[in-house]
Ligand binder design. Structure first.
Ligand code: PEP
Length: 260
């Protein structure tokens, strides 16, 4: 059954405190309404506090873009799960391709971060995705399965049921090049199929699987119509409230088309 859309914005290393304030002021003017979608923004750490203050009553939940796996101590420059929960986060992105590409993220560190997120009461948004050479070599599903195994091993079915997955083909991130709804659906279906083997079909059916990679208002509707696409992780188009709100609205429109 089609789930209510889940749309998360990843602001990456953008948005100062005044920009965050302006974003929420604009959001309030647009007011898409929280009833029909789960909406999340993931600001940089420095804007979390302001976003927490401004998001109250807007229907938007907060997420972080990463976390460290220890809770406190001599780890200069790191931020822990309890600190993020304290700052108002409910979600945390883990294993984004930019972290894998530029900061040495591996399956082992992804796994430690997921465990830390769970301990802190945060829901992990676990990212997987293939590069262009991997896709061109016909290795997409193999790569995704390997990343999934890394993320899943060591966790029980009950815990995995609370994970959110984001399929983000690396070649589509920030490039303006989106996976077609068919390409995305193929991978989402494979992810859900693997989850079904691990935690059973009914539980796998409830897991939220997002698509990310140059999502914009013009392609959100067609992508969301696909049965295994439950929402989006949006980068560039989440930096302004208006296109983000449009993506939410297009997802809701596609959702009602499916359920009615
Ligand atoms: C992302 O970084 O998670 C992302 C999907 O970026 P963009 O929407 O800009 O492609």
């Amino acid at each position: 059954m089609k789930k209510r859309p889940f749309v998360a914005g990843n602001w990456k290393m953008n948005m100062t405190v005044p920009m965050t304030r302006a974003w929420f002021e604009e959001w309030l003017r647009l007011s898409p309404g929280p009833e029909d979608a789960e909406m999340v923004v993931c600001p940089p750490y420095t804007s979390l506090w302001e976003a927490a203050r401004r998001s109250t009553g807007t229907g938007i939940w907060l997420g972080a873009q990463n976390l460290y796996w220890e809770e406190a101590g001599a780890f200069t420059g790191e931020v822990s799960g309890p600190m993020l929960a304290d700052a108002g986060c409910r979600y945390v992105i883990i294993g984004h391709s930019e972290r894998r590409q530029y900061f040495g993220e591996t399956e082992a560190t992804v796994q430690k971060r997921i465990a830390a997120a769970i301990r802190a009461g945060l829901r992990p948004i676990v990212c997987v995705g293939e590069t262009l050479p991997q896709r061109e070599a016909g290795q997409t599903l193999e790569v995704i399965q390997a990343q999934l195994e890394g993320g899943l091993s060591g966790f029980t079915g009950e815990t995995i049921g609370g994970f959110i997955f984001a399929y983000e083909p690396v070649w589509a991130i920030g490039t303006g090049r989106t996976a077609t709804p068919e390409q995305a659906q193929e991978v989402h279906q494979a992810v859900r199929g693997r989850l079904a083997q691990k935690i059973g079909k009914p539980a796998a059916g409830c897991v939220i699987i997002l698509y990310g990679g140059s999502v914009k208002p013009s392609n959100a509707y067609d992508l969301f119509r696909k049965p295994d696409i439950d929402g989006f992780l949006v980068g560039g188009a989440s930096l302004e409230a208006a296109p983000f709100a449009e993506i939410v609205k297009e997802s809701i429109r596609a959702y009602y088309k499916e359920v009615n």
